[in-house]
Design a protein around this ligand. Structure first.
Ligand code: AMP
Length: 218
């Protein structure tokens, strides 16, 4: 049996064409079913649904042989002990700093002000602002980051931006792009040795179906 860990939503949907290239179809819709283990058209392949931030844990400890997860999750929550053969170029977005449209971020940075930054990505944010020599107090949030500058909880947020529509709807503007993010395939190292052939075939099929690189957004 080969177990693939996915999170619901964008990662699940955008992994389906890659699975199809490997001749694998998930036979249940995760949005309609409450099941956490989904069967596929291949009796030896199943999909487990886990939280995005739990995918590396499942793969690292062998709860799943393979997983698909964002580079943001891998860098923030750890990527030890896993083989990372492919950038799948799906669920593409960027990790950015955003502020209220009426907040003068450039002046605050120039003046050496201490910024309050709300984010789910405390580790990546700490690293980024330290590399720029900007002093920050980081406030950990688990969701709805966009609300923090609107309520006075923080001066800035660090969050994923895809179309920019969420920022726009909340009168926020992107002031720094920290890094480009996309989903990665991760593989348990012991599984790769023990189930080498079937896992290799899946990796190769995924590789053949990766969407072409897009030129970076302006
Ligand atoms: P958008 O409005 O398209 O810029 O999307 C921004 C919202 O979607 C934010 O709440 C982000 O946290 C979330 N988001 C955007 N891209 C991703 C992604 N690839 N993975 C997870 N969340 C994302």
């Amino acid at each position: 049996m080969i177990t693939l860990a996915l999170s619901k939503g964008r990662i699940f949907e955008e992994t389906m064409p890659l699975l199809a290239a490997a001749g694998i179809e998930v036979t249940e819709d995760p949005e309609k079913s409450r099941k956490l283990i989904l069967e596929t058209t291949r009796p030896d392949v199943r999909v487990v649904l886990v939280r995005a931030s739990d995918v590396p844990t499942y793969v690292q400890y062998g709860g799943a042989d393979l997983g698909v997860t964002g580079l943001d999750v891998l860098l923030e929550n750890g990527n030890q002990g896993m083989y990372q053969p492919l950038d799948l170029r799906i669920a593409a977005c960027r990790l950015s700093v955003a502020v209220r449209a009426d907040y003068d971020y450039a002046s605050a940075v120039r003046q050496g002000s201490r910024l309050r930054v709300a984010t789910k990505y405390v580790g990546l944010s700490r690293e980024f602002f330290a590399s720029k020599g900007v002093h920050v107090d980081l406030i950990k949030l688990y969701g709805s980051m966009e609300l923090a500058p609107l309520t006075g909880l923080a001066d800035a947020i660090v969050d994923l931006v895809s179309t920019g529509n969420t920022l726009k709807a909340n009168h926020l503007v992107e002031v720094e792009r920290i890094m480009d993010i996309s989903a990665r395939l991760v593989v348990n190292q012991a599984a790769l040795k023990l189930k080498r052939e079937p896992i290799r075939r899946i990796i190769d099929a995924f590789a053949s179906a990766i969407p072409p690189a897009k030129s970076p957004a302006p």
